[in-house]
Design a protein around this ligand. Structure first.
Ligand SMILES: [Zn+2]
Length: 418
């Protein structure tokens, strides 16, 4: 490893702070939703910084921005790194911006040290990662990866009926480069963890090995409304009591599938609630996650088997509708190992970790060797204006990215697909 090459810590931190001024909120967060005037300002600033580094800019039909630094052998597929600049309405300063600006700092450092890698390097800024204004999330990287149709994406409407395509044109980011995948030697996304594990275990770097499998369900429980006074306990068909049993069941399934299982009932609604009526209809949602597909299947089995018992015991009808299924994602072993080696060489503590949230990297993993670097965030909080990180953690994440990029760009033929 080229230990003499070091990032400029203040430059990184200043750029993060300068970017965070665009859409800054009173509570210290950022509201910079996709394809708003503020999003345009953040893109313009990013591009102006890239141009100062003599990078060549291309913008594709989804408004994804690529900033390229040539290598010694430009026939090689580029090593790519980046994330997103859009935020949630109650977003923070680092979710997304960190990944883009770490990649920029890596390139600034290489320029400063006049160091040319074998393969070219590209920074990428993906459009509409958050999906809060234009659902679903991660559309820029999904279209690029061939997982979402371009024309469908351009027709996604926000709540006022304005389309994603017309907003792209309005802010002048409807680029001419075809939005479709091309050879990428390797992709690394730096991101805040958005969870508390690294902080709790006092680790500097999260080496993300993949993303969880998920199943989402909607449950309808039908019992019978009846008077709370005259109806004896023995003959009741109480939909809420059955729901309560399901909530406890879901929680115990989560606990029984450790390590890794997550099980949540996020919504529970009683139809026509009244204090002296036994609830007759309830609706609840279940979110199951596990890093291992087989374990998630077993969680599903447990759920269905036990719901049958609750149905019988509580004399209600329970309808289970699965509304989403995502398979687990394993990132590229060569890139994971590179990140691990670099992290060790820099004497940082690290931990392998599975991403609980979706990221652009998960889409890119379907077309190119991919991995992620997580940086701890304070109290694990994100999608919140108080989201925060320590400067030292941002610095460590960027050092790991820089040296991983150098390794990968100089040895891209050694990246093995898995
Ligand atoms: Zn993000």
């Amino acid at each position: 490893m080229l230990t003499n090459i070091k990032i400029n810590e203040e430059r990184l931190w200043d750029s993060l702070n300068e970017m965070a001024l665009i859409g800054a909120t009173d509570k210290g967060g950022v509201n910079r939703q996709a394809l708003t005037d503020l999003d345009k300002q953040s893109r313009d600033l990013f591009i102006s910084w890239c141009k100062k580094e003599n990078l060549s800019i291309s913008i594709d039909q989804m408004g994804n921005i690529f900033a390229r630094r040539e290598g010694k052998n430009n026939a090689l597929a580029p090593i790519m790194s980046g994330s997103h600049l859009d935020t949630q309405p109650t977003g923070g300063k680092y979710d997304g911006a960190l990944g883009v600006l770490c990649a920029l700092e890596a390139i600034r450092t290489l320029n400063e040290f006049n160091y040319i890698t074998e393969a070219p390097i590209e920074i990428v800024m993906w459009t509409n990662e958050e999906g809060c204004r234009f659902p679903p999330a991660m559309t820029g990287s999904a279209v690029f990866s061939g997982l979402h149709d371009l024309n469908d994406a351009l027709l996604i409407k926000d709540q006022s009926g304005t389309t994603l395509g017309s907003e792209l044109a309005r802010i002048n980011y409807n680029g001419s480069t075809i939005c479709s995948h091309r050879p990428i030697g390797g992709f690394i996304e730096v991101h805040i963890e958005q969870g508390p594990i690294l902080e709790i275990e006092n680790k500097n770097i999260g080496i993300v090995t993949g993303a969880q499998a998920q199943k989402w369900y909607e449950i309808n429980i039908t019992g019978m409304e009846a008077h709370a006074g005259p109806t004896p306990m023995t003959i009741r068909k109480d939909a809420l009591v059955a729901s309560a049993e399901i909530v406890l069941l879901v929680n115990s399934i989560g606990n029984n599938f450790q390590p890794g299982g997550c099980a949540t009932c996020g919504v529970l609604e009683i139809a026509n609630p009244s204090r002296n009526v036994i609830p007759g209809n309830c609706f609840l949602t279940i979110d199951f996650r596990h890093p291992i597909d087989k374990s998630l299947q077993k969680m599903d089995k447990e759920l269905r088997k036990n719901i049958k018992l609750i149905e019988k015991d509580k004399k209600v009808e329970i309808e289970i509708k699965q509304i989403l299924e995502l398979k687990s994602n394993s990132f590229n072993k060569s890139i994971i190992n590179t990140i691990k080696d670099v992290s060790n060489n820099l004497n940082y503590t690290s931990k392998e970790i599975i991403s609980g949230a979706g990221h652009d990297a998960v889409n890119i993993n379907s077309i190119a060797p991919t991995a992620m670097i997580f940086v701890p965030c304070i109290d694990g909080i994100s999608h919140n204006e108080i989201e925060n990180i320590y400067k030292e953690d941002a610095i460590r994440g960027t050092e790991v990215l820089l040296h991983s990029i150098i390794e990968l760009a100089n040895n891209s033929s050694k990246i093995i697909n898995n």
